[in-house]
Design a protein around this ligand. Structure first.
Ligand code: HEM
Length: 357
């Protein structure tokens, strides 16, 4: 991942595309993720300002407000689906607001996002592929509409900021803009959903660790890093070999495809002691759940913020948080690993319940 010259992100460098990649329409689906320098450098620098840790910090009060509303909507804390209540909606509301999608369009936006995200999965069916392509076209038309609105009437959102860059000159085309916005929707949604879902599942399965966080909430930021390592939301990534070489005793040829197993690397026994153990106080090498090198996750500060607020506020609001089933269902995904549902039980703290009544 650090050596982007010898390991390209552009799947068009592949000698043989997998069936899945062969069916991706590059004009529609090629995004920042699948570009090499210099194109990658140009486009990434145009969006990266919106995602610096400092810019993202300013969003915290609003993320807390959204989280608080979601918690208020849990009608029966003794039995609820944590995915449906928190992990699914929180990231989509945050990213939609950041981009500049009006609240009335959020539900549609989430549907498009879920349909598009299936493209990443080898388990995608031909019918789902058609639906994903249709969602891509609909999303493009939708974004073009908002881009036009923001050109005439700019606001404090990412679409207006990108439209302003476009007007400055030849740095950014309308096509670039749609591509970036489309990627942010997918990249910023299901991934963070899975951090919250997989993370809460791991905590509920390790009540001692959950108790530790209750006693020492200041551990939450480092706990998030351990949860990302322990059950990584993005399990795999891809690269293309750019020159013949030997690596780890294997002969690689120019044009070969590589599957990078991030989840597995995050449990490498040569890097982590007792890697299958969840240890929120672990102080070892940083995980690679957000990747490495020039494609390092642009949204990492945002994902960390959302994760922190979600864990903090769930723990503040509820006591006795526990699983209602031993084996909550996972989606049939390989790349974006996450839960379909997370049946959870809890009791509101008495002071919170009194304040509400
Ligand atoms: C826990 C949540 C997340 C995880 C685990 C995650 C993981 C990753 C990984 C592994 C990559 C590197 C891909 C590669 O090198 O090929 C990546 C790239 C990226 N992520 Fe995330 N991500 C998360 C959240 C987000 C969020 C919230 C956003 C946006 C708001 C986002 C936007 C992006 C973008 C735009 C890229 C492409 C960067 C580039 O190609 O230069 N991600 N992410």
């Amino acid at each position: 991942m650090r050596d982007h010259r010898r390991f390209s992100s552009d799947f068009e460098n592949r000698t043989q595309l997998s069936q899945r990649q062969g069916q991706i329409n590059p004009a529609v689906d090629k995004s920042l993720l699948f570009l090499d320098p210099p194109e990658h450098t140009r486009l990434r620098s145009l969006v990266s300002k919106a995602f610096t840790p400092r810019t993202i910090e300013t969003l915290e009060p609003r993320v807390r407000e959204i989280m608080s509303e979601l918690l208020d909507q849990i009608a029966n804390p003794e039995s609820y689906d944590l995915m449906q209540a928190i992990a699914d909606p929180l990231p989509v509301i945050v990213i939609a607001e950041l981009i500049g999608v009006p609240p009335k369009d959020r539900a549609q936006f989430k549907t498009w996002s879920d349909q598009r995200a299936r493209i990443l999965e080898p388990t995608i069916t031909p019918r789902e592929r058609e639906i994903a392509a249709e969602a891509g076209r609909a999303l493009e038309a939708y974004y073009l509409g908002i881009i036009n609105e923001r050109r005439a009437d700019p606001r404090d959102d990412l679409i207006s900021a990108l439209a302003a860059v476009e007007e400055e000159g030849d740095k950014l085309t309308e096509e670039d803009m749609v591509m970036l916005l489309r990627l942010l929707l997918i990249a910023g949604n299901e991934t963070t959903t899975n951090l919250i879902g997989n993370g809460m599942l791991a905590l509920m399965r390790h009540p001692d660790q959950l108790q530790l966080l209750r006693r020492q909430p200041e551990l939450i930021p480092s706990a998030i890093e351990e949860l990302l390592r322990y059950d990584s939301p993005v399990q795999t990534d891809v690269r293309t070999v750019m020159e013949d070489m030997e690596l780890g005793g294997k002969q690689l040829r120019k044009g070969d495809g590589m599957l990078l197993l991030l989840g597995s690397a995050n449990r490498d026994p040569e890097v982590y002691s007792d890697p299958d153990r969840l240890d929120l106080t672990r102080n070892e090498a940083s995980h690679i759940a957000f990747g490495r090198g020039i494609h390092y996750c642009l949204g990492a500060p945002l994902a960390r913020l959302e994760g922190r607020v979600a864990f903090e506020m769930l723990l503040e609001r509820f006591e006795d948080i526990h699983l209602l089933t031993d084996h909550p269902p996972f989606k049939d995904h390989v790349v974006l690993r996450g839960l379909e549902a997370l049946p959870t039980g809890a009791r509101p703290f008495r002071h919170v319940a009194q304040a509400a009544s």
